[in-house]
Ligand binder design. Sequence first.
Ligand SMILES: [Zn+2]
Length: 204
Amino acid sequence: MTENNPLDALLAACHWIGEKGWCPATGGNMSVRDGDSHCLITESGKDKGQLTADDFLQVEIATNHVPSGRIPSAETGLHTLIYGLYPEVGAVLHTHSVNSTVLSRVEHSNGLVLQGYEMQKSLAGQRTHLDEVVIPIFDNSQDIPALAAEIAQWAQSHPLHYGFLVRGHGLTCWGKNVAEARRHLEGLEFLFQCELQLRLLEAK
Ligand SMILES: [Zn+2]
């Protein structure tokens, strides 16, 4: 998939996410990189299934400053954190699916271990179901700057790949472009559903 216009690709991804039901009730937020120092992110309070290009705001990655003065999504600081840490990231998707919400509460540790699934290969660089993929889980907070600082601290010693979960809240995932971010989102959502069903069966 070529992305001559990343915002068009992101808009299509937002509509797809809306159809999947992964961002109910205006939750979640999506962004694309806009050059080295900015990103474009969804405006607060919009239905992700019905976004248009006018619903994206330019934000400075280093400062979270919004030149237009409009209000971006509440979790903008988590997007700019990822763009700032990883210059190769081109798109970030944050969703509130049932599976990511529930699984991040069922798993009490600070990392969800995925192992034994063929679909792990939907994640960039993964070649075999035999490896372990660990998706970090951070406790939820309404203080996004504090949460971003905690994640940044963690990432200093544990480089982040693909995405992270916020407990009882949802998934933030990314890729080098919108297509890869979409693949990671779809792959992780599939893996979360498998893991939840497996745990339910094993608990019986
Ligand atoms: Zn959220």
